[in-house]
Design a protein around this ligand. Sequence first.
Ligand code: UGY
Ligand code: MN
Length: 266
Amino acid sequence: GIQNVASDYSKVVEPTLAPIHLEDLPGYTRSVYERDYALITPESQVYSPISGWSNSLCAFLITPAIGSHFSMYFAKMTGNSSAAQPSTKGVERFIFVIDGHIELVYEEQRHVIQSDGFAYLPPDTTYEIRSKEPSVLLVYERRYTNEGIVKPELVLGMTHQQPLLEAPGEVFALRKLLPTTSAYDFNVHVMDFQPGEYLNVKEVHYNQHGLLLLEGRGIYRLGKDWYPVQAGDVIWMAPYVPQWYAALGRTRSRYILYKDVNRDPL
Ligand code: UGY
Ligand code: MN
């Protein structure tokens, strides 16, 4: 059955227009595209059908065309919909359900994934993803980089059931959605900040990020620039871009973040 969870991602689907209707202003966007980062706000997100997906519209937000080694996109399944498998070999996929619910058939097992739930689908596996009702997904994909004999396996979970982890020196609440073993070449972090909380480390690192602000608002520092951001905003961070966040407003900030990990950067 459908569970009641504490989180509310509705702002991703119905973004707040603040100041009132500013985003309706012709030609106005908060989006920016720089060499080592991009801010892609809802009024700039472009949806189109993609091959293999039925009754679905996708908005590619981050792709290798921007310099990333992964793709990040929204998929809006409008009802009686099905998803395609990745079109190339060796591609792994992570799906986070933002709104609605989907049905996953994997090795003849049927799973229902609710809003706040997620699935990791290993490369070169066959599965089906369907959505009878409208649903919205966030998808990350990359070419799997193997380093050993341990193969990644199917992972299913609900964000609120993931344990809270220690983030030494930091105040935000951290959850990791994937196992931290070397079978996985990336992880997906969910980070919560109360209003007024901010990153202690003014991070600069080799890892890449694809971020979606799920709840709340605040200020993101990217390189030398500072941006007001709110739920529904997407950020691409290239390796080494200075990055820092402070949560503002009256409600919790929550973001979901792709991060490549567990591989020798050399
Ligand atoms: O783990 C991270 O790199 C994360 N703290 N980065 C970020 O929030 N921009
Ligand atoms: Mn980081």
